[in-house]
Ligand binder design. Structure first.
Ligand code: NAD
Length: 328
């Protein structure tokens, strides 16, 4: 049977937490951590590996790009987060340079396996990595709106099933709801497709005497969108939530599970050479994104999706121009 190897590029907060989560899941045979800060990668790998023996049989070690040979999935968490007051474009230019150096370093060690982008701005970097690795849409994909969708379901669960405990006790699993488009402020909650216990949200709430109107939905939108920044305000970053998402996606790839999540890809976002990478519910297996699930956004949601797509395509053109001057 094929050895299931995960290469984690970037061993910062997110990379280390994701490696830890994947190790606990027990699905990978090997996890290699690669970071320009080699000492940090060694420290994180040893810390993860030194738990009580027998919890998982995953070999966790630090390595270099040659150790990415034979990977079943490569996860990229290299790069930094946005500084207070910094524009998205400034962060994008800086992290695109890092992604370019990562894809160059992977070079001949890259075997065409799925590449999951986590670093931000995740949609832009996903498009960049796809461009530089020369892969068709779907092999390189981004965590995109998977975390936003999870937060969206929790917020709905808290409102509908009344309370935090309900949202945490698995009630969110009775809710089918996705956030699509861009990860971040322009995210689009797909209200037209929300179901609760298999019924359209309006119908379920009417049957159970639950208040369900524009104000309720607006409050859920705002809370979903602000959850990331309130965690950053409290602890300076977000790492565990996205790490669990990365681990969930890794499981889908390593076990060819056909798991559906709202993740980012250029698949289905047009036919131009440079095109946006955006999130839609998608099926994930051992080749990366296998297909987009069929969802039917209403006219308003579709308009917002197309607007995001056009804005991101413009930004990508500017970025490639900027980077060509500076590093290509
Ligand atoms: P961090 O600063 O703790 O870690 C980044 C790591 O990348 C560092 O260890 C650094 O040495 C390494 N690195 C930098 N350049 C590199 C290169 N060329 N090759 C290899 N390694 C390199 O940051 P973090 O908190 O782990 O966050 C990492 C990224 O994940 C950020 O861009 C952050 O915005 C993003 N993030 C995304 C989501 C999401 O939902 N997609 C959520 C949280 C964080």
């Amino acid at each position: 049977m094929k050895n299931k190897k995960v290469a984690m590029i970037g061993a910062g907060y997110v990379g280390a937490a994701a490696a830890f989560s994947i190790m606990l899941d027990g699905i990978a045979d090997e996890i290699v951590l690669v970071d320009i800060d080699t000492e940090k990668a060694v420290g994180e790998a040893n810390d993860i590996a030194h738990g009580i023996e027998g919890i998982a049989n995953t070999a966790v070690y630090a390595g270099d790009y040659s150790d990415c040979c034979g990977s079943s999935i490569i996860i990229i968490t290299a790069g930094r987060g946005r500084k207070h007051g910094e524009s998205r474009m400034d962060l994008a230019v800086e992290n695109m340079k890092i992604i370019r150096s990562v894809t160059d370093s992977l070079g001949r060690y890259y075997n065409g396996c799925p590449v999951l982008m986590i670093s931000n701005p995740v949609d832009i970097l996903t498009a960049g990595a796809e461009h530089w690795l020369g892969q068709p849409g779907g092999v390189v994909f981004g965590s995109g709106c998977i975390l936003d969708s999870s937060r969206f379901r929790r917020c709905i669960a808290r409102t509908v099933f009344l309370g935090d405990k309900a949202a945490q006790a698995g009630c969110a699993e009775s809710i089918d709801a996705f956030v699509i488009g861009e990860h971040g402020d322009a995210q689009i909650p797909l209200w037209s497709a929300v179901t609760i216990c298999g019924k359209p949200a309006e119908e379920y709430c009417a049957e159970h005497g639950i208040l369900w109107n524009d104000n309720v939905r607006q409050a859920i939108n705002t809370e979903t969108k602000n959850m990331g920044s309130s965690i950053i305000k409290a602890k300076g970053r977000t790492d565990f939530g996205i790490a669990v998402c990365a681990s969930r996606i890794a499981r889908a790839v390593l076990s060819d599970e056909r798991y559906i999540a709202s993740v980012s890809s250029t698949m289905g976002t047009g036919t131009e050479k440079i095109r946006a990478s955006l999130s839609l519910p998608s099926m994930i297996g051992n080749k990366g994104l296998i297909s987009r699930a069929s969802v039917s956004p209403d006219a308003q949601e579709m308009e917002r999706f197309e607007k995001s797509s056009a804005a991101m395509t413009d930004m990508l053109k500017k970025l490639y121009g900027e980077l060509e001057k500076k590093i290509l």
